[in-house]
Design a protein around this ligand. Structure first.
Ligand SMILES: C[S@@+](CC[C@H](N)C(=O)[O-])C[C@H]1O[C@@H](n2cnc3c(N)ncnc32)[C@H](O)[C@@H]1O
Length: 204
């Protein structure tokens, strides 16, 4: 099933299904993600708008997503929280923005959903729309090195793939170089399971 169909189908249930993870795991991660970001900010794969409460007050934010149903939930959250954000239906691999449009780009749990063949095109697009002195923050999953946590994740993996089209072991970092990006920093924000990649366009 295509990712658009998957997310259109799951959108109404998404926040309910994700609630325990959101509350105990993602909220603190989202808080840390926006540190140091400024100016025009792109939230790629904005989903139902879970990042809205954490946008820096002085940023002008644009959110894009492939799924109209996820965006509908985001619009509901936008009006509920009175968030200043422009929302568009768009594929991250074909962004309808001019080069260098954004000072900052974030994506939370988007790359775990993108197939391996979409990873590099998506990174290339983020690189293209980000200013040369801008910063791209990618938050995503990694398999734990801890045997117990790894076992739990492997048991979850089939459900996560079926429900969300997501995998814990996407190889995003391997495509950075070819996409024209430098890895500035990699750190874990939750145990050794949720990582933050801070990347920026290569200095040519
Ligand atoms: C796991 S959700 C994460 C949503 C949100 N960023 C969050 O942190 O809660 C992944 C989102 O990526 C969107 N998505 C999947 N493929 C996409 C693509 N090619 N372009 C843009 N968005 C995409 C899905 O529709 C979904 O809303």
């Amino acid at each position: 099933m295509s990712k658009r169909k998957t997310y259109n189908r799951i959108a109404q249930l998404y926040d309910v299904l994700d609630w325990p993870f959101e509350f105990f795991r993602y909220k603190p991660v989202r808080r840390m993600l926006f540190e140091g970001l400024r100016g025009n900010l792109l939230d790629a794969g904005v989903g139902t708008g879970r990042n809205f409460p954490f946008y820096p007050k002085d940023c002008f934010v644009t959110g894009i997503d492939l799924s109209s149903a996820m965006l509908e939930r985001a619009r509901w959250r936008k009006s509920k929280l009175d968030t200043a954000v422009d929302l568009y239906e768009m594929n991250v691999t074909e962004l309808d923005f001019a080069d260098d449009s954004f000072d900052s780009v974030v994506s939370t749990f988007l790359f775990c959903v993108l197939d391996e063949t979409q990873q590099q095109p998506a990174l290339e697009e983020l690189c293209r729309v980000c200013r040369p002195d801008g910063s791209i923050h990618i938050v995503d999953y990694a398999y734990s090195q801890n045997p117990f946590r790894l076992l739990i994740m492997k048991l979850w993996a089939p459900f996560v793939y079926r429900a969300y089209g997501a995998k814990f072991n996407r190889h995003t970092e391997q495509y950075l170089e070819a996409a024209g990006l430098d890895l500035v920093e990699k750190k874990f924000l939750y145990r050794d399971i949720i990582k933050l990649l801070i990347v920026r366009p290569k200095f040519l």
